[in-house]
Design a protein around this ligand. Structure first.
Ligand code: HSE
Length: 436
Protein backbone atom coordinates (compact mmCIF):
# COMPACT_ATOMS: atom_id res chain seq x y z
CA UNK A 1 0.00 0.00 0.00
CA UNK A 2 1.12 3.58 -0.68
CA UNK A 3 2.90 5.22 2.28
CA UNK A 4 1.00 7.89 4.19
CA UNK A 5 2.68 11.29 3.91
CA UNK A 6 2.88 13.47 6.97
CA UNK A 7 3.80 17.15 7.29
CA UNK A 8 4.96 18.47 10.65
CA UNK A 9 4.33 22.09 11.67
CA UNK A 10 6.87 23.04 14.34
CA UNK A 11 10.17 21.35 15.15
CA UNK A 12 10.49 22.36 18.81
CA UNK A 13 10.31 19.98 21.78
CA UNK A 14 7.16 18.16 20.65
CA UNK A 15 7.78 18.37 16.87
CA UNK A 16 11.40 17.27 17.24
CA UNK A 17 10.40 14.42 19.56
CA UNK A 18 7.72 13.30 17.10
CA UNK A 19 10.20 13.21 14.18
CA UNK A 20 12.55 11.14 16.34
CA UNK A 21 9.90 8.63 17.44
CA UNK A 22 8.37 8.26 13.96
CA UNK A 23 11.82 7.60 12.49
CA UNK A 24 13.17 5.42 15.30
CA UNK A 25 10.11 3.16 15.44
CA UNK A 26 9.18 3.31 11.74
CA UNK A 27 9.18 -0.45 11.17
CA UNK A 28 7.12 -1.24 14.27
CA UNK A 29 4.71 1.60 13.49
CA UNK A 30 4.21 0.30 9.92
CA UNK A 31 3.44 -3.17 11.31
CA UNK A 32 0.74 -1.59 13.48
CA UNK A 33 -0.70 0.83 10.93
CA UNK A 34 -0.52 -1.53 7.98
CA UNK A 35 1.38 1.06 5.90
CA UNK A 36 4.54 3.09 6.05
CA UNK A 37 4.14 6.54 7.58
CA UNK A 38 6.74 9.00 6.37
CA UNK A 39 7.42 12.63 7.19
CA UNK A 40 8.08 14.35 3.91
CA UNK A 41 7.84 18.00 4.99
CA UNK A 42 8.25 20.07 8.12
CA UNK A 43 8.14 23.74 9.03
CA UNK A 44 10.20 25.68 11.54
CA UNK A 45 10.23 29.38 12.38
CA UNK A 46 14.02 29.54 12.38
CA UNK A 47 15.60 27.29 9.76
CA UNK A 48 19.11 27.62 11.23
CA UNK A 49 18.27 26.70 14.82
CA UNK A 50 19.87 23.59 16.36
CA UNK A 51 17.27 20.80 16.73
CA UNK A 52 16.74 17.72 18.82
CA UNK A 53 15.89 15.73 15.66
CA UNK A 54 17.58 14.71 12.42
CA UNK A 55 15.71 16.21 9.46
CA UNK A 56 17.54 14.24 6.76
CA UNK A 57 15.07 13.40 4.01
CA UNK A 58 12.55 16.01 5.19
CA UNK A 59 11.97 19.18 3.19
CA UNK A 60 12.01 21.97 5.78
CA UNK A 61 10.30 25.30 5.11
CA UNK A 62 9.71 28.38 7.23
CA UNK A 63 6.14 28.72 5.92
CA UNK A 64 3.56 26.28 7.36
CA UNK A 65 1.22 27.04 4.44
CA UNK A 66 3.68 25.31 2.09
CA UNK A 67 2.75 22.10 3.88
CA UNK A 68 -0.93 22.81 4.52
CA UNK A 69 -1.50 23.56 0.82
CA UNK A 70 0.65 20.68 -0.49
CA UNK A 71 -1.75 18.18 -2.14
CA UNK A 72 0.69 15.32 -1.42
CA UNK A 73 0.36 15.66 2.36
CA UNK A 74 -2.27 13.39 3.93
CA UNK A 75 -1.91 14.30 7.61
CA UNK A 76 -0.80 17.62 9.12
CA UNK A 77 0.75 17.49 12.60
CA UNK A 78 0.20 20.86 14.28
CA UNK A 79 2.95 21.03 16.89
CA UNK A 80 3.52 24.79 17.00
CA UNK A 81 1.24 25.53 19.97
CA UNK A 82 -0.77 28.63 20.87
CA UNK A 83 -4.17 29.64 19.64
CA UNK A 84 -3.47 32.64 17.36
CA UNK A 85 -2.48 32.11 13.72
CA UNK A 86 -2.33 28.38 14.43
CA UNK A 87 -6.12 28.25 14.43
CA UNK A 88 -6.09 29.55 10.85
CA UNK A 89 -3.52 26.92 9.89
CA UNK A 90 -5.65 24.13 11.30
CA UNK A 91 -8.85 25.42 9.67
CA UNK A 92 -7.02 25.73 6.35
CA UNK A 93 -5.68 22.18 6.62
CA UNK A 94 -9.23 20.94 7.33
CA UNK A 95 -10.62 22.96 4.41
CA UNK A 96 -7.97 21.30 2.23
CA UNK A 97 -9.33 17.90 3.30
CA UNK A 98 -6.38 16.95 5.49
CA UNK A 99 -6.53 15.10 8.77
CA UNK A 100 -4.92 16.95 11.65
CA UNK A 101 -3.11 15.71 14.74
CA UNK A 102 -2.39 18.34 17.37
CA UNK A 103 -0.84 18.58 20.83
CA UNK A 104 -2.37 22.01 21.29
CA UNK A 105 -4.54 22.19 24.40
CA UNK A 106 -5.29 25.91 24.23
CA UNK A 107 -6.39 25.60 20.61
CA UNK A 108 -8.76 22.73 21.41
CA UNK A 109 -10.05 24.23 24.68
CA UNK A 110 -10.72 27.65 23.11
CA UNK A 111 -11.68 26.79 19.53
CA UNK A 112 -12.36 23.05 19.53
CA UNK A 113 -16.16 23.38 19.08
CA UNK A 114 -15.64 25.30 15.83
CA UNK A 115 -12.73 23.15 14.66
CA UNK A 116 -14.59 19.86 15.19
CA UNK A 117 -17.69 21.19 13.43
CA UNK A 118 -15.59 22.13 10.39
CA UNK A 119 -13.74 18.79 10.51
CA UNK A 120 -17.03 16.88 10.57
CA UNK A 121 -18.30 18.87 7.55
CA UNK A 122 -15.13 17.88 5.68
CA UNK A 123 -15.14 14.27 6.91
CA UNK A 124 -11.65 14.59 8.43
CA UNK A 125 -10.28 13.71 11.84
CA UNK A 126 -8.73 16.15 14.31
CA UNK A 127 -6.92 14.06 16.93
CA UNK A 128 -5.60 15.57 20.16
CA UNK A 129 -4.40 12.87 22.56
CA UNK A 130 -1.16 14.77 23.25
CA UNK A 131 -3.08 17.85 24.36
CA UNK A 132 -3.77 16.40 27.82
CA UNK A 133 -1.29 14.78 30.21
CA UNK A 134 1.52 14.29 27.67
CA UNK A 135 2.19 10.59 27.13
CA UNK A 136 -0.74 9.25 29.18
CA UNK A 137 -3.46 7.97 26.80
CA UNK A 138 -6.14 9.61 28.92
CA UNK A 139 -8.30 10.82 26.02
CA UNK A 140 -8.48 7.32 24.61
CA UNK A 141 -9.14 5.84 28.05
CA UNK A 142 -12.10 8.12 28.76
CA UNK A 143 -13.44 8.36 25.21
CA UNK A 144 -13.24 4.65 24.42
CA UNK A 145 -12.17 2.53 27.37
CA UNK A 146 -14.74 3.99 29.77
CA UNK A 147 -17.50 4.62 27.25
CA UNK A 148 -19.90 2.28 29.06
CA UNK A 149 -19.79 4.38 32.21
CA UNK A 150 -21.43 7.48 33.54
CA UNK A 151 -18.41 9.46 34.65
CA UNK A 152 -19.06 10.89 38.11
CA UNK A 153 -15.87 12.88 38.61
CA UNK A 154 -12.25 13.14 37.62
CA UNK A 155 -9.31 14.77 39.32
CA UNK A 156 -5.87 15.15 37.86
CA UNK A 157 -2.38 16.49 38.22
CA UNK A 158 -2.33 17.75 34.66
CA UNK A 159 0.43 20.34 34.64
CA UNK A 160 3.90 18.82 34.89
CA UNK A 161 5.66 22.13 35.47
CA UNK A 162 3.47 23.01 38.44
CA UNK A 163 3.90 19.56 39.95
CA UNK A 164 7.66 19.75 39.43
CA UNK A 165 7.77 23.10 41.23
CA UNK A 166 5.65 21.90 44.18
CA UNK A 167 7.70 18.71 44.49
CA UNK A 168 11.08 20.46 44.44
CA UNK A 169 9.87 23.11 46.92
CA UNK A 170 8.66 20.42 49.30
CA UNK A 171 11.51 17.91 48.97
CA UNK A 172 14.49 20.20 48.57
CA UNK A 173 13.31 23.55 49.85
CA UNK A 174 14.16 25.11 46.50
CA UNK A 175 12.95 28.53 45.41
CA UNK A 176 9.93 28.84 43.16
CA UNK A 177 11.74 30.91 40.51
CA UNK A 178 14.75 28.64 40.42
CA UNK A 179 12.66 25.49 39.82
CA UNK A 180 10.56 27.25 37.20
CA UNK A 181 13.74 28.22 35.30
CA UNK A 182 14.80 24.57 35.31
CA UNK A 183 11.38 23.46 34.01
CA UNK A 184 11.74 25.99 31.19
CA UNK A 185 15.23 24.74 30.32
CA UNK A 186 13.92 21.15 30.21
CA UNK A 187 11.19 22.15 27.74
CA UNK A 188 8.32 21.40 30.16
CA UNK A 189 7.00 24.93 30.67
CA UNK A 190 4.67 26.82 28.35
CA UNK A 191 6.01 29.68 26.20
CA UNK A 192 4.30 31.91 28.77
CA UNK A 193 5.04 30.12 32.09
CA UNK A 194 2.26 31.98 33.90
CA UNK A 195 0.00 29.53 32.05
CA UNK A 196 1.62 26.77 34.12
CA UNK A 197 1.76 28.45 37.51
CA UNK A 198 -1.60 30.26 37.34
CA UNK A 199 -3.56 27.16 36.31
CA UNK A 200 -4.44 28.29 32.77
CA UNK A 201 -2.73 25.31 31.12
CA UNK A 202 -4.43 22.91 33.54
CA UNK A 203 -7.71 24.76 32.86
CA UNK A 204 -7.34 24.12 29.12
CA UNK A 205 -6.73 20.43 29.77
CA UNK A 206 -9.60 20.16 32.26
CA UNK A 207 -11.93 21.75 29.70
CA UNK A 208 -11.09 18.95 27.27
CA UNK A 209 -11.35 16.16 29.85
CA UNK A 210 -14.72 17.41 31.13
CA UNK A 211 -16.10 17.62 27.64
CA UNK A 212 -15.28 14.03 26.75
CA UNK A 213 -16.24 12.76 30.22
CA UNK A 214 -19.67 14.42 30.46
CA UNK A 215 -20.60 15.04 26.82
CA UNK A 216 -20.68 18.83 27.11
CA UNK A 217 -19.30 21.47 24.73
CA UNK A 218 -15.81 22.82 25.40
CA UNK A 219 -16.19 25.87 27.67
CA UNK A 220 -12.88 27.04 29.06
CA UNK A 221 -14.37 30.40 30.07
CA UNK A 222 -16.38 28.65 32.79
CA UNK A 223 -13.42 26.93 34.47
CA UNK A 224 -12.41 28.35 37.86
CA UNK A 225 -8.60 28.66 37.90
CA UNK A 226 -6.31 29.37 40.81
CA UNK A 227 -2.51 28.96 40.62
CA UNK A 228 0.24 27.76 42.94
CA UNK A 229 2.01 31.06 43.51
CA UNK A 230 0.49 31.59 46.97
CA UNK A 231 1.46 28.16 48.32
CA UNK A 232 4.02 28.59 51.10
CA UNK A 233 6.40 26.08 52.63
CA UNK A 234 4.58 26.63 55.93
CA UNK A 235 1.30 25.40 54.45
CA UNK A 236 3.07 22.42 52.88
CA UNK A 237 4.56 21.52 56.30
CA UNK A 238 1.31 22.02 58.25
CA UNK A 239 -0.59 19.94 55.69
CA UNK A 240 1.95 17.14 56.05
CA UNK A 241 1.66 17.17 59.84
CA UNK A 242 -2.07 16.55 59.35
CA UNK A 243 -1.46 13.69 56.87
CA UNK A 244 -2.05 15.61 53.63
CA UNK A 245 -0.08 16.67 50.55
CA UNK A 246 -0.78 19.83 48.56
CA UNK A 247 -1.21 19.16 44.85
CA UNK A 248 -2.39 21.41 42.05
CA UNK A 249 -5.47 19.57 40.79
CA UNK A 250 -7.92 19.95 37.96
CA UNK A 251 -11.29 18.66 39.18
CA UNK A 252 -14.47 18.05 37.17
CA UNK A 253 -17.48 16.74 39.03
CA UNK A 254 -21.02 16.04 37.97
CA UNK A 255 -23.51 17.06 40.71
CA UNK A 256 -27.31 17.16 40.67
CA UNK A 257 -27.12 20.97 40.32
CA UNK A 258 -24.56 21.02 37.48
CA UNK A 259 -20.90 20.49 36.75
CA UNK A 260 -18.00 21.81 38.82
CA UNK A 261 -14.92 22.70 36.76
CA UNK A 262 -12.07 23.88 38.94
CA UNK A 263 -8.29 24.10 39.04
CA UNK A 264 -6.67 24.97 42.36
CA UNK A 265 -4.15 23.83 44.96
CA UNK A 266 -5.75 21.02 46.95
CA UNK A 267 -4.96 19.11 50.12
CA UNK A 268 -5.30 15.38 49.49
CA UNK A 269 -4.69 12.53 51.93
CA UNK A 270 -1.08 11.37 51.66
CA UNK A 271 -2.21 7.72 51.49
CA UNK A 272 -3.81 8.26 48.08
CA UNK A 273 -1.62 7.08 45.18
CA UNK A 274 -2.12 10.39 43.41
CA UNK A 275 -0.66 12.25 46.41
CA UNK A 276 2.63 10.51 45.63
CA UNK A 277 2.85 11.62 42.01
CA UNK A 278 5.94 13.79 41.91
CA UNK A 279 8.11 15.85 39.59
CA UNK A 280 6.91 16.36 36.05
CA UNK A 281 4.73 13.25 36.23
CA UNK A 282 0.98 13.59 35.68
CA UNK A 283 -1.86 11.41 36.93
CA UNK A 284 -5.60 11.44 36.40
CA UNK A 285 -8.17 9.71 38.62
CA UNK A 286 -11.44 8.96 36.86
CA UNK A 287 -14.47 7.64 38.71
CA UNK A 288 -17.04 5.83 36.59
CA UNK A 289 -20.31 4.42 37.95
CA UNK A 290 -19.53 0.94 36.65
CA UNK A 291 -15.77 0.67 36.84
CA UNK A 292 -15.24 2.60 40.09
CA UNK A 293 -12.08 4.67 40.52
CA UNK A 294 -9.33 4.27 37.91
CA UNK A 295 -5.92 5.94 37.90
CA UNK A 296 -3.73 6.82 34.90
CA UNK A 297 -0.12 7.82 35.48
CA UNK A 298 2.85 8.83 33.32
CA UNK A 299 5.05 11.61 32.00
CA UNK A 300 2.96 14.72 31.41
CA UNK A 301 5.44 16.68 29.33
CA UNK A 302 8.70 16.33 27.44
CA UNK A 303 9.72 15.44 23.90
CA UNK A 304 9.40 11.64 23.71
CA UNK A 305 6.39 11.16 26.02
CA UNK A 306 4.36 13.77 24.15
CA UNK A 307 5.54 12.30 20.83
CA UNK A 308 4.25 8.92 22.03
CA UNK A 309 0.72 10.38 22.14
CA UNK A 310 1.10 12.25 18.83
CA UNK A 311 2.30 9.12 17.02
CA UNK A 312 -0.50 6.99 18.50
CA UNK A 313 -2.97 9.51 17.04
CA UNK A 314 -1.22 9.36 13.66
CA UNK A 315 -1.58 5.56 13.66
CA UNK A 316 -5.27 5.86 14.62
CA UNK A 317 -5.84 8.30 11.77
CA UNK A 318 -4.07 6.00 9.29
CA UNK A 319 -6.18 3.05 10.40
CA UNK A 320 -9.35 5.15 9.97
CA UNK A 321 -8.45 6.59 6.55
CA UNK A 322 -10.71 4.21 4.71
CA UNK A 323 -13.52 4.21 7.28
CA UNK A 324 -16.85 5.94 6.84
CA UNK A 325 -16.66 9.25 8.80
CA UNK A 326 -20.05 8.46 10.39
CA UNK A 327 -18.58 5.38 12.03
CA UNK A 328 -15.52 6.99 13.57
CA UNK A 329 -15.15 7.71 17.28
CA UNK A 330 -16.71 11.19 17.74
CA UNK A 331 -14.19 13.96 18.43
CA UNK A 332 -15.68 14.72 21.83
CA UNK A 333 -16.64 11.12 22.66
CA UNK A 334 -20.39 11.75 22.34
CA UNK A 335 -22.21 12.23 19.02
CA UNK A 336 -21.94 15.92 18.09
CA UNK A 337 -25.75 16.36 18.07
CA UNK A 338 -26.01 14.75 21.52
CA UNK A 339 -23.79 17.14 23.49
CA UNK A 340 -25.74 18.25 26.56
CA UNK A 341 -26.22 21.77 27.81
CA UNK A 342 -25.59 20.92 31.48
CA UNK A 343 -24.96 24.08 33.55
CA UNK A 344 -21.43 24.70 34.76
CA UNK A 345 -21.54 25.90 38.36
CA UNK A 346 -19.96 29.12 39.61
CA UNK A 347 -17.32 28.95 42.35
CA UNK A 348 -19.87 30.03 44.99
CA UNK A 349 -21.65 26.70 44.56
CA UNK A 350 -18.61 24.41 44.86
CA UNK A 351 -18.91 21.83 47.61
CA UNK A 352 -15.60 21.00 49.24
CA UNK A 353 -13.77 20.79 52.57
CA UNK A 354 -11.14 23.36 53.56
CA UNK A 355 -7.79 23.88 55.22
CA UNK A 356 -7.64 27.28 56.92
CA UNK A 357 -4.58 29.06 58.34
CA UNK A 358 -5.11 32.21 60.31
CA UNK A 359 -3.10 34.28 62.77
CA UNK A 360 -4.70 35.39 66.02
CA UNK A 361 -3.83 36.88 69.38
CA UNK A 362 -2.89 34.27 71.95
CA UNK A 363 -5.62 35.02 74.49
CA UNK A 364 -8.78 33.43 75.82
CA UNK A 365 -11.95 33.63 73.77
CA UNK A 366 -10.27 34.04 70.39
CA UNK A 367 -10.73 30.44 69.30
CA UNK A 368 -14.30 30.50 70.61
CA UNK A 369 -15.04 33.54 68.41
CA UNK A 370 -13.64 31.83 65.33
CA UNK A 371 -15.43 28.54 65.90
CA UNK A 372 -18.71 30.37 66.63
CA UNK A 373 -18.50 32.15 63.28
CA UNK A 374 -17.96 28.82 61.52
CA UNK A 375 -20.89 27.27 63.40
CA UNK A 376 -23.10 30.27 62.51
CA UNK A 377 -22.39 29.48 58.86
CA UNK A 378 -23.18 25.81 59.36
CA UNK A 379 -19.54 24.81 58.86
CA UNK A 380 -18.35 21.85 60.86
CA UNK A 381 -14.73 21.63 62.07
CA UNK A 382 -12.82 18.40 61.45
CA UNK A 383 -9.52 19.30 63.17
CA UNK A 384 -7.97 22.30 64.83
CA UNK A 385 -4.36 22.99 65.90
CA UNK A 386 -2.78 26.00 67.52
CA UNK A 387 0.94 26.40 66.82
CA UNK A 388 3.61 27.93 69.02
CA UNK A 389 4.01 31.66 68.36
CA UNK A 390 7.30 32.66 66.71
CA UNK A 391 9.84 33.73 69.39
CA UNK A 392 8.95 37.05 71.04
CA UNK A 393 5.55 37.26 69.33
CA UNK A 394 2.05 36.93 70.72
CA UNK A 395 0.30 36.14 67.45
CA UNK A 396 -0.20 32.39 66.95
CA UNK A 397 -0.92 30.45 63.77
CA UNK A 398 -4.16 28.45 63.97
CA UNK A 399 -4.73 25.63 61.49
CA UNK A 400 -8.17 24.18 60.88
CA UNK A 401 -9.66 21.52 58.67
CA UNK A 402 -13.38 21.71 58.00
CA UNK A 403 -15.90 19.25 56.70
CA UNK A 404 -17.50 19.71 53.29
CA UNK A 405 -19.46 22.93 52.93
CA UNK A 406 -20.56 25.21 50.16
CA UNK A 407 -18.04 27.81 49.02
CA UNK A 408 -20.35 30.80 49.54
CA UNK A 409 -20.71 29.84 53.22
CA UNK A 410 -16.94 29.67 53.60
CA UNK A 411 -16.48 33.04 51.87
CA UNK A 412 -18.95 34.66 54.26
CA UNK A 413 -17.35 33.02 57.33
CA UNK A 414 -13.83 34.05 56.28
CA UNK A 415 -14.95 37.67 55.82
CA UNK A 416 -16.32 37.64 59.40
CA UNK A 417 -13.19 35.97 60.83
CA UNK A 418 -10.92 38.48 59.10
CA UNK A 419 -12.99 41.29 60.60
CA UNK A 420 -12.30 40.11 64.19
CA UNK A 421 -10.02 42.57 66.03
CA UNK A 422 -8.05 39.63 67.43
CA UNK A 423 -7.27 38.15 64.00
CA UNK A 424 -4.48 39.69 61.96
CA UNK A 425 -4.10 39.58 58.20
CA UNK A 426 -5.88 37.33 55.76
CA UNK A 427 -7.12 33.80 56.30
CA UNK A 428 -5.27 31.46 53.98
CA UNK A 429 -7.73 28.94 52.58
CA UNK A 430 -6.87 25.83 50.55
CA UNK A 431 -9.56 23.43 49.39
CA UNK A 432 -9.37 19.82 50.57
CA UNK A 433 -10.61 16.74 48.74
CA UNK A 434 -10.50 13.20 50.11
CA UNK A 435 -10.89 11.67 46.60
CA UNK A 436 -12.54 8.68 48.22
N1 HSE B 1 3.56 23.05 30.22
C1 HSE B 1 2.89 21.80 30.18
C2 HSE B 1 3.13 21.09 31.50
C3 HSE B 1 3.39 20.97 29.03
O1 HSE B 1 4.06 21.47 32.22
O2 HSE B 1 2.40 20.17 31.83
C4 HSE B 1 2.58 19.75 28.75
O3 HSE B 1 1.27 20.08 28.39
Amino acid sequence: MKPVKVGVLGLGTVGGGTVNVLKRNAAEIARRAGRDIIITRASAKDLDKARICDTTGILVTSNPLDIINDPDIDIVLELIGGAGIVKDYVLQAIANGKHVVTANKSLIALHGNEIFAKASEQGVIVAFEAAVAGGIPIIKAIREGLSGNQIEWLAGIINGTGNFILTEMRDKGRDFADVLAEAQALGYAEADPTFDVEGIDAGHKLTILASIAFGIPLQFEKVYTEGITKITRTDVEYAEELGYRIKHLGIARQTPEGIELRVHPTLIPERRLIANVNGVMNAVLVKGDAVGATLYYGAGAGADPTASAVVADVIDVVRALTSDPENRVPHLAFQADSLADIPVLSADSFKTAYYLRLHAEDKSGVLADVTRILADHDISIEAITQKEPPKGETIVPIIMLTQVTQEHRMNAAIAKIEALATVSGKVNRIRLETLG
